[in-house]
Design a protein around this ligand. Structure first.
Ligand SMILES: Cc1cc2nc3c(=O)[nH]c(=O)nc-3n(C[C@H](O)[C@H](O)[C@H](O)COP(=O)(O)O)c2cc1C
Length: 192
């Protein structure tokens, strides 16, 4: 069954370090204020050895303060081609204006960097749907965007548990793997 664990992590990428398109857009959920929050993000990086999932966000987004208060995240993805659902549970760390943010800012590239130039901040109520989007026409949008870096945050999730579910007409298979204090994963089959 431990092959499933390795295959699941490997299946998040195409084997070349690029995220498999099925898992590129994943659902994040965590405790927020009045309701549990759930939203889609682009999965940027994974690490089997590091056991981490990484996404980028705007530091000013409400989700950042929510994660700061409730850093236990659940991540859900589904690959329709293989009919495999993966659910990860872990503890998030927000990187802002540190080495991790600096490194990933370059990875983001000019095209993505401009997303962090919005004024006012994400989730601010506006009168017209395109209010606050004038930054898209700013000269900075076509090159390095130092102001964007001021809003750029990297969320790193240290995964503590992973659940695998494969749908099959001959019998669904479900397994759960929990990270032990020793660093080893302990797996068990579950009734699907
Ligand atoms: C396909 C897709 C990918 C997205 N990727 C990201 C992402 O990588 N980071 C992010 O912060 N928001 C991303 N979003 C937007 C979030 O789902 C969410 O709507 C937004 O971040 C608002 O968050 P807030 O409530 O904290 O302001 C994505 C949305 C979609 C539909």
């Amino acid at each position: 069954m431990y092959q499933i664990l390795a295959n699941s992590w490997n299946g998040l990428t195409n084997g070349n370090g690029h995220i498999n398109s099925a898992f590129r857009n994943i659902t994040i959920s965590h405790i927020a204020d009045e309701y549990v929050n759930a939203y889609t993000v682009v999965l940027r990086k994974i690490g089997f050895n590091e056991q981490q999932l990484v996404f980028f966000t705007d530091y000013r987004s409400p989700k950042v303060s929510q994660i700061s208060s409730h850093n236990r995240l659940t991540v859900c993805g589904y690959n329709p081609a293989t009919q495999i659902q993966l659910i990860f549970k872990g503890v998030a760390t927000i990187h802002y204006r540190d080495e991790v943010a600096q490194h990933n800012w370059k990875v983001e590239g000019y095209k993505g960097q401009k997303s962090y130039l919005a004024k006012p901040a994400p989730s601010t109520a506006i009168e017209q749907p395109d209010d606050g989007l004038s930054y898209l026409a700013s000269p900075q949008s076509n090159g390095d965007t130092p102001d964007g870096y001021e809003n750029f945050a990297v969320v790193v999730i240290d995964v503590k548990q992973m659940e695998y579910l494969k749908l099959s007409p001959t019998g669904n298979r479900r397994a759960q793997f929990t990270l032990q204090p020793s660093g080893a994963w302990q797996g068990t089959w579950l009734i699907p």
